[in-house]
Design a protein. Structure first.
Length: 176
């Protein structure tokens, strides 16, 4: 975790009807000083969409050699590498070379669309890469509290996050 990070706790009750995954996760997340709550919540959404017992948050936004989240096998091989935002070609190449599967989640439409248009031509060579745009409602940031207790329902690739006051729906658009 970053030195001057703000700590968030999240209790997630995940019901993923698409993969038949049902579990509870008690997580601690660090909000880096240069990170927004929107990005923090996008990391949480990426975790929920790929949740399993071996998926973990990495050291943070200021680490060049690690993704936002990853899943490693018992022998240390990287099974899943998850990035957020718009990484450059060099970072994508590094991730695809090190991991069995790589997922890039974009979440800011005004930045993601031009980035994808610019880089789309070179992405076809990466067979283990998926790029998914998260259509995130601005209300998602309302769920960002230092102590979160969320019901997370996934059905037909649509994620609904529910706390006691708010319900937010997140859809996915597969770009690659």
């Amino acid at each position: 975790m970053a030195t001057k990070a703000t700590i968030y706790k999240a209790l997630l009750n995940i019901a993923n009807m698409d993969t038949n995954y049902y579990n509870e996760h008690n997580l601690t997340l660090a909000l880096h000083p240069s990170e927004t709550e929107q990005r923090l919540m996008a990391r949480l959404v990426a975790f929920i969409l790929n949740a399993n017992d071996d998926l973990v948050f990495c050291k943070g936004i200021d680490q060049d050699d690690e993704p936002d989240l990853w899943e490693k096998s018992l022998d240390g091989d990287i099974q899943l590498w998850i990035e957020l935002g718009q990484p450059d070609e060099k970072r994508i190449k590094k991730a695809c070379g090190r991991a069995k599967k790589v997922i890039i989640y974009t979440y800011q439409e005004n930045m993601a669309t031009p980035w994808f248009s610019q880089i789309e031509g070179i992405l076809s060579r990466f067979q283990n890469l998926s790029i998914i745009h998260l259509n995130i409602d601005e209300e998602l940031e309302e769920l960002a509290k230092r102590g979160m207790n969320l019901q997370c329902n996934i059905s037909d690739t649509e994620l609904t996050l529910i706390d006691k006051d708010t319900s937010v729906c997140i859809t996915q658009r597969i770009c690659k």
